[in-house]
Design a protein around this ligand. Structure first.
Ligand code: BTN
Length: 328
């Protein structure tokens, strides 16, 4: 961590004044060097007050998304240990895939404040304006077979749902396989892409878009999508939420890698499943059908009970489901 990032972390953690002298001693630098670093933080939007004989204090917890903010917060074993932050990029998934080709390590995270060509599933685009939402992609190098990768998307959906509950105290649901839902509308989408060599995973990238502080939903998606701000009336510090997502993901991924299935997350996932017990239409390329969603099994497949009481297992990689009465 560089000095500026470390100063930020110390101020946030203490919540009180820390003297300039203390920083000088700790980093072995001059007062001017400390003052310069503090000024840079101010320019990035932090309210830092300087009081004579007391020192510096971090006044507010603004919604700053920057390299220092993220690095000063994220202290996981591997998830987000290496962060690439861009004010603007095309798509963090594309960046992460490039880093994957270049040999970047497991857990590398790309974050952007804005995407000019954000991508959604099924060739759709993902609107990604600046200063409002979270767009990030994590690069993984799982040791398991490609067939197990689809489950990772569900692991991420659960991690995002848990993190929103932890950081924003809001109870979110999951629409199978991987949309996170608040009050029946989508607030998070996940796009997983994989690079496979015969039966070996080169790398997987999981891209996550969370509608956080968006105050006006674009007309064309307002029926099915919303944001944390619109539902709760409160702004969320994006870095704090992202920190929480990565911490949860690291923990959940650990269980998935150990068990090679979702057994230890099953109960919680199904507890959040908004499709549970609902009539769904399964858009299977081999033939569409309807049934009642009965939850997922440990492999992440959705169990759908058809009218003739057969249970069909629906694989997350190939099909999607539609609610019969609107988005959920
Ligand atoms: C969906 O269609 O539901 C998936 C949307 C995924 C959007 C995220 S934003 C960060 C990452 N970069 C992209 O270009 N897409 C994903």
């Amino acid at each position: 961590m560089d000095m500026k990032t470390e100063i930020l972390r110390l101020l946030r953690e203490s919540g009180d004044y820390i003297s300039g002298q203390e920083f000088c001693r700790r980093f072995g630098v001059s007062r001017t060097a400390v003052w310069k670093a503090v000024n840079q933080l101010k320019e990035e939007g932090y309210g830092i007050e300087a009081v004579q004989n007391k020192g510096y204090r971090l006044r507010s917890n603004p919604d700053v998304l920057s390299s220092s903010e993220l690095k000063s917060r994220i202290q996981n074993q591997w998830a987000g240990n290496r962060i690439y932050f861009y004010e603007e990029t095309g798509s963090t998934n594309i960046d992460a895939k490039r880093l994957g080709e270049e040999g970047a390590e497991h857990g590398t995270v790309v974050v952007a404040d804005k995407q000019s060509a954000g991508r959604g599933r099924r060739g759709r685009s993902w609107q990604s304006p600046a200063g409002k939402d979270i767009y990030f992609t994590i690069l993984l190098r799982p040791p398991f077979l490609p067939g197990k990768a689809a489950g990772l998307t569900l692991v991420m959906a659960l991690s995002v749902a848990q993190a929103i509950e932890g950081a924003c105290s809001l109870k979110t649901g999951i629409k199978w396989p991987n949309d996170v839902v608040l009050n029946g509308k989508k607030i998070c989408g996940i796009l997983t892409e994989m690079n496979v060599e015969t039966d070996y995973i080169q790398h997987v990238v999981i891209g996550v878009g969370i509608n956080v502080n968006l105050d006006v939903m674009p007309e064309e998606i307002s029926r099915t999508a919303t944001s944390i701000l619109l539902e709760s009336g409160r702004e969320t510090a994006r870095a704090e939420l992202l920190q929480e997502v990565l911490a949860r993901f690291e923990e959940n991924y650990g269980m998935y890698e150990r068990d090679l299935d979702l057994r230890d997350m099953l109960e919680e996932y199904n507890g959040r499943l908004v499709n549970l017990g609902k009539q769904v239409r399964v858009l299977d390329p081999k033939g569409e059908f309807e049934g009642i969603a009965r939850g997922i099994d440990a492999s992440g497949e959705l169990l759908v009970e058809t009218q003739d009481k057969n249970t069909v297992r629906v694989y997350a990689g190939e099909v999607s489901v539609r609610g019969m009465y609107g988005y959920v």
